[in-house]
Design a protein around this ligand. Structure first.
Ligand code: DC
Length: 217
């Protein structure tokens, strides 16, 4: 057992595989996992369902205060349109402040935790035991997304998906408050040419090394 709670921070752009990796790591190290993207999606979903504009700051902040981490329902939040809308409400600083406070409370559990998102290593958990920044080329992310849609019997257009991914990257990396970027002490994991098993093993090696160093120090 590590002498301190193990906190694993995973950041990266949409479709890089960080969610799958976070789930695998949480399972392997027996840690609770929070997909922080769901918290932004929950805010966007509330606004969309009421027909309120995504730039309506007072309503967005009120919605953020109502987000309950124990009842985030992935199935109702997974739609592509909700992800797009989440990226838009995520530029509102007060929405971020309210959600970050809830995310930090989750990270502070005595058991340790795995959190994935865009600003975990930089803002939410700057003292995380291990920080991973998971990337992949935009083309590979678009191809994976298309395969996912097709596996669910849907149809998609590669060029449209690629354009969406590029636009989302631009918004998430270009915002003023907590833009997506690797923390200075993050380990970069480029999954462009990796399958999930290879990415998991690479992450596990980095985490086990950090744990061994922590136990020595
Ligand atoms: O990871 P996701 O696709 O579910 O995230 C949806 C949007 O939420 C993403 O485009 C930007 C925002 N987000 C954020 O700003 N900070 C986070 N920690 C997680 C998500």
């Amino acid at each position: 057992m590590p002498s301190h709670p193990l906190t694993i921070a995973i950041d990266g752009p949409a479709g890089a595989g960080k969610g799958t990796l976070a789930t695998r790591l949480a399972d392997y190290y027996h840690l609770p996992h929070l997909d922080t993207g769901l918290t932004y999606r929950a805010v966007a979903h509330m606004l969309l369902s009421k027909g309120w504009p995504l730039g309506d700051e007072p309503h967005a902040i009120a919605a953020a205060k109502l987000v309950d981490l124990s009842s985030l329902d992935r199935s109702s939040l997974s739609a592509h349109a909700v992800g797009e809308a989440a990226s838009k409400v995520a530029v509102i600083p007060e929405v971020r402040r309210v959600l970050v406070e809830k995310q930090r409370a989750f990270a502070a559990q005595a058991s340790g935790a795995v959190l994935d998102g865009r600003d975990i290593g930089t803002v939410v958990c700057p003292d995380a035991t291990v920080k991973l920044y998971v990337t992949a080329s935009a083309e590979v992310r678009a191809r994976r997304r298309l395969a996912e849609i097709e596996a669910n019997d849907g149809a998609g257009d590669f060029a449209t998906i690629l354009a969406d991914i590029r636009r989302r990257d631009e918004r998430d990396m270009g915002r003023t408050d907590s833009p997506l970027k690797p923390a200075s002490d993050a380990h970069l994991l480029d999954t462009t040419e990796m399958d999930i098993e290879t990415a998991f093993l690479a992450a596990k090696t980095l985490i086990d090394k950090a744990l061994a160093e922590g136990n020595r120090g």
